[in-house]
Design a protein around this ligand. Structure first.
Ligand code: ZN
Length: 283
């Protein structure tokens, strides 16, 4: 699933390629892909015809295109959603769900193999869609307050990884970057948040920003060719991952084999030496 760096790469691509473009027609091929637009696919298409895309914005894993009427075209990529910009006449993708024809003939296409992603119009959502009011600022927003997040973390009765994945506390972090940041900060995922020192809280949040900044510079992490930027190019940060997906390989700091555990129906990867399990684990 794309996390903040992957969604930001897509946003930057949209900024480069479709900013100030006018939509002249919209085809919704898969109504499920606009299921969050409660007025339905016909309304979705009608309201977007003639609109101009005036800004590209993102919070956490959500991105939206501001429209010239102060509404917004909101996108969630889900597991496999792609936003591609294609020249006129390019062959349709197998999993093409929505086509936006632009005034210059190019097309913005929402392609989604597994259809967990969706698009919707957010009324008045140009600056910040109300649909995202429950989503906390991500670590790169001006509204992000690291001191407040650390205090909130320490006030929770959970473990540190579960807290990092909680989008109402800080947004944009998923399984990959949580594991990478915890390794960087030498914290075990099961560490109870109410035992975190302030310095440890700041350490892991700084590690989140550091690893996401590095990932963004590499175009994000692509494991399965499902995550691509608007040109269809894959990111190559996967080769720089320290623990995620590297079970059995030596830790680059100490040589201990990386360990994979089951966690929240997925996996957690740690170095058992650099990130010792807490004496009082919290599940
Ligand atoms: Zn290690």
């Amino acid at each position: 699933m794309p996390e903040l760096p992957e969604v930001e790469v897509v946003r930057q691509g949209l900024e480069r390629h479709v900013l100030d473009s006018k939509i002249v027609d919209v085809d919704v091929f898969t109504p499920r892909s606009v299921r969050r637009h409660v007025a339905g696919a016909t309304d979705f298409a009608q309201r977007l015809r003639g609109r101009t895309l005036t800004a590209t914005r993102r919070r956490g894993k959500f991105l939206w295109l501001a429209l010239d009427d102060e509404d917004a075209l909101l996108a969630h990529l889900g597991m496999s959603g792609q936003l591609l910009v294609q020249p006129a006449g390019a062959a349709d993708e197998l999993h093409l769900r929505i086509r936006f024809r632009l005034v210059d003939g190019r097309e913005l296409r929402f392609v989604d193999q597994r259809t967990f992603g969706s698009m919707a119009i957010s009324d008045g959502g140009a600056d910040l869609p109300s649909e995202l009011s429950h989503v906390a600022p991500d670590p790169f927003e001006a509204a992000y307050d690291a001191d407040a997040v650390v205090e909130a973390l320490r006030g929770r009765r959970t473990n540190v990884k579960r807290a990092l994945l909680d989008q109402s506390l800080v947004s944009g972090i998923g399984n990959i970057y949580a594991d990478e940041a915890l390794w960087e900060a030498r914290l075990h995922y099961a560490r109870p948040t109410d035992t975190l020192r302030r310095t440890e809280g700041h350490r892991v949040l700084a590690a989140v920003r550091g690893v996401m900044t590095a990932a963004l510079a590499d175009g994000g992490t692509s494991f399965d060719a499902l995550y691509v930027d608007v040109d269809g190019a894959s990111g190559y940060f996967a080769r720089s991952l320290e623990v995620y997906g590297r079970a059995g390989e030596p830790c680059s700091r100490c040589g201990t084999p990386i360990r994979r555990d089951r966690f929240m129906n997925r996996s957690s990867f740690t170095c058992p030496h650099c990130q010792p399990r807490p004496r009082r684990p919290h599940w």
